[in-house]
Write a protein that binds this ligand. Structure first.
Ligand code: SAH
Length: 233
């Protein structure tokens, strides 16, 4: 059997927040596929590549692949399909292949599409756990995200004010991922319930890391892609 194609979770941005197991897999890899995006000025950026570089992984092992930032999934799928084909080919040649993901590779991670496709084709794969951004955010703010009998609900960005209210009213702690997609719902929730605790996190684990709790600021703020919120009653 070929060596498995390994999905390595890189953690939220701080290069030290990777597991030993993930780090070893990176060090042993011949080829590492890593997602990149293109800015409005046409420059390629890749948070994953920055993490790899900080971990002293040699550049010639790193193969960035461009992901479109628009919501058209077919373009992203195309990029993933190309990675899939090259990864399978490299594995056949006996190379050790790694595909990286930010945070945890099994938590709102679109790269998992490739994993599912490999499984469907009976190709050996492995997934290495990592620290998701909301866990790193809680640690950064010294929070006890949930305690005792408390419940936690993780919501993607397509939530509504009513949905938020319903959970919060019941005492459920909420994590909102992809916060930029539900700016209005969150602004409205803050306006209606200013007494709840809103913890806002941006670019956690990078030099642009930012944490805020000020309602007035959060109600006016434009939330960038790398932001999330933890809310409790
Ligand atoms: N697999 C990732 C989640 C990817 S979904 C994980 O395990 O955390 C992308 C969303 O994750 C972003 O829209 C944002 O809400 C959140 N996110 C990822 N990295 C972040 C960071 N460093 N700081 C704040 N939010 C982050």
């Amino acid at each position: 059997m070929n060596t498995p194609i390994i999905f390595v979770s890189l953690g939220p941005g701080d290069p030290e927040l990777i597991t030993m197991k993930g780090f070893k897999a990176l060090q042993q890899a011949d080829i590492i596929f890593c997602p990149a995006t293109s800015t409005s000025t046409g420059k390629q950026t890749s948070r994953s590549a920055n993490i790899l570089q900080a971990l002293s992984i040699e550049a010639f092992h790193i193969h960035p692949f461009l992901l479109p930032m628009n919501k058209d999934r077919s373009q992203a799928q195309q990029a993933y399909d190309t990675v899939y084909t090259t990864a399978v080919e490299s594995q056949r040649q006996g190379k050790k292949v790694v595909i990286v993901a930010e945070g945890d590779a099994g938590f709102y991670s679109s790269v998992h599409y490739i994993y599912d496709k490999l499984i469907a084709a009976n190709i050996s794969v492995e997934q290495i756990a990592g620290i998701p951004a909301f866990i790193a955010s809680g640690a950064m703010a010294g929070m006890h995200i949930v305690s005792q009998e408390e419940k936690l609900m993780v919501l993607p960005g397509n939530t509504t004010t009513t949905e938020l209210e319903n959970y919060l009213e019941k005492g459920v702690v909420i994590v909102i991922m992809k916060l930029s997609q539900c700016k209005e719902a969150v602004h409205q929730c803050i306006a209606l319930h200013p007494d709840y605790a809103y913890h806002y996190f941006e670019n956690v684990g990078t030099e642009k890391e930012y944490y805020a709790q000020n309602n007035k600021e959060l109600i006016e703020k434009v939330y960038p892609y790398f932001s999330l919120m933890i809310i409790r009653k």
